[in-house]
Design a protein around this ligand. Sequence first.
Ligand SMILES: NC(=O)c1ccc[n+]([C@@H]2O[C@H](COP(=O)([O-])OP(=O)(O)OC[C@H]3O[C@@H](n4cnc5c(N)ncnc54)[C@H](OP(=O)(O)O)[C@@H]3O)[C@@H](O)[C@H]2O)c1
Length: 257
Amino acid sequence: MTTALITGSTSGIGAAFARRLAADGHSLVLVARDTKRLRDQATELHDRHGIEAEVLSADLATDDGIEAVERRLADRKSPVDLLINNAGFGNKGRYLEVSMADELTMLKVHCEAVLRLTSAAVEGMRERGRGGVVNVASVAAFVPRGTYGASKAWVVQFTQGAARDLAGSGVRLMALAPGFVRTEFHQRAGMGTDNIPNWMWLDADKVVTEALHDLARGKSLSIPDPRYKVLMGATKLVPRSLLGGITSRTGRKYGPR
Ligand SMILES: NC(=O)c1ccc[n+]([C@@H]2O[C@H](COP(=O)([O-])OP(=O)(O)OC[C@H]3O[C@@H](n4cnc5c(N)ncnc54)[C@H](OP(=O)(O)O)[C@@H]3O)[C@@H](O)[C@H]2O)c1
């Protein structure tokens, strides 16, 4: 029996990881801020799949929240074998339209929490000689796309570098870089989505299937879906000035502030 801890488990990509890992028989530790939603999710997954699902309410934009999850990951009596650092969000607006407080909150959740939780989990995994970490980034990491893309670029660089440092330890680290996925993300960020063509949308369950397949194959970066693999390959051939113009328009239409 293995245990997986998922941050941002209650919606979108995190909920898809929870469904899939529960169906595969893993025990789960579910992390997000909304306690009622977490409890309902834990009950549903337990009833449907007969697995143990723990609830850990934590706001990863705070030191207290990060410390609570670090403590759970460091618990040697109840080890976590797979960590999915998935919690994340988009701010409403472009650079300089967003308050510095909100920019720093994004860095706390996307970068500091990912660094600290990965480190807390990997210590024990290295001692046991096995384990996995999936850090959810975005294809926005590979194109000039505001501070969101910059934070996700950090996730990719950090994860691939750490994966290299831990090679041969039995611990696998992988950055997951999906394109547009239908979740609560865009609505929460106040982003309009009508300028995103239908073909660019991915299904969260398919993203998770491909991610877990890539993790099993030992990849340190997973770009789910052939369409995005081709697109990301093409970005290497296009000048960055042109790329910035194209990519900063798609899916970055913000409603009234
Ligand atoms: N959707 C896309 O198109 C897309 C594309 C590429 C990458 N991503 C990335 O995928 C990840 C998941 O996003 P999603 O699309 O599934 O979004 P989502 O549907 O909005 O889900 C976000 C999850 O994160 C939790 N969360 C948010 N802020 C948190 C905080 N401060 N502390 C703890 N939990 C927090 C939310 O629960 P609570 O509100 O209860 O805390 C929720 O469970 C994010 O890292 C996002 O950047 C998304």
